[in-house]
Design a protein around this ligand. Structure first.
Ligand SMILES: NC(=O)c1ccc[n+]([C@@H]2O[C@H](COP(=O)([O-])OP(=O)(O)OC[C@H]3O[C@@H](n4cnc5c(N)ncnc54)[C@H](OP(=O)(O)O)[C@@H]3O)[C@@H](O)[C@H]2O)c1
Length: 222
């Protein structure tokens, strides 16, 4: 594999905000590596973006909830690519009683939202530090700013992402790597999220980002 160009890595790129990030980067002629769970038509999306925007794209299907998978992915990235943008977007949450949640459900949120973001960043940082200028964008949530009962684990995980990002930016202040964090309000990105927002009625609409605003979030970030 011969790839002397620089790339952006976007996790959770198959749909929702991650896909919007990928398309926004592609419009700016930035080469992308798309990462997502298997079976989400990532190959088709990757080929479509490459053809449409005349950029180089690669894709990697992986379950990021398993630490070993994250390490295999970052080994592959470090071996073959110069990475100058990392967007840790993959994330999940849900609503329900903490007591009723399965241990798998809780573990999945912690692994994808917290462990995968931290490991991706840790393993790719030496690569990013080698580039003339590099950027990490971590996707937190407005939910990071307040505890929310019946979501409980999700907002707590996003508080971690917020604090982690700001701490790391401080730590890397004198380097070429700039770390930022975005805390979006509700976005109607997938059917599950749409139904949760609609069930919350007025409160759900209060922090809702429209498609236009969603596009603005992407543009402001870069
Ligand atoms: N939507 C909102 O209202 C909202 C508000 C604030 C913050 N956020 C945050 O924004 C980010 C994107 O959210 P979204 O609404 O766009 O969600 P989404 O449509 O569900 O997309 C999430 C992405 O993460 C990927 N992902 C989930 N679990 C994964 C795993 N185990 N391994 C690899 N990839 C995995 C999904 O891959 P597959 O497509 O393969 O499943 C998907 O591409 C998340 O971090 C979320 O917490 C969302």
């Amino acid at each position: 594999m011969e790839t002397k160009d620089s790339f952006a890595v976007v996790t959770g790129a198959s749909q929702g905000l991650g896909k919007a990030f990928a398309e926004s980067l592609a419009k700016k002629k930035i080469n992308i590596i798309l990462v997502s769970l298997p079976g989400q038509n990532l190959k088709e999306l990757s080929l479509r973006i490459a053809e449409l925007y005349h950029i180089k794209t690669y894709y990697y299907e992986v379950d990021l909830s398993v630490n070993e998978n994250v390490l295999k992915l970052t080994d592959w990235l470090n071996k073959f690519f110069d990475i100058y943008i990392l967007i840790n977007n993959a994330g999940l949450g849900g609503t329900g009683k903490f007591l009723d949640a399965t241990s798998d459900y809780i573990n999945n949120i912690l692994q994808v939202n917290i462990a995968a973001t931290s490991l991706m960043t840790h393993q790719l940082l030496p690569n990013l530090l080698k580039q003339p200028q590099a950027y990490i964008l971590n996707v937190s949530s407005m939910a990071a700013f307040s505890p929310i009962g019946f979501k409980t684990v999700y907002p707590a995980s996003k508080t971690f992402i917020h604090s982690f990002s700001r701490g790391l930016n401080e730590e890397l202040r004198d380097t070429n790597v700039f770390v930022s964090v975005v805390n979006p309000g509700a976005m109607k990105t997938n059917p599950d999220v749409v139904s949760r927002i609609e069930k919350r009625g007025f409160l759900g609409r209060l922090t809702l980002s429209s498609r236009i605003k969603l596009r603005n979030i992407v543009l402001i970030s870069f």
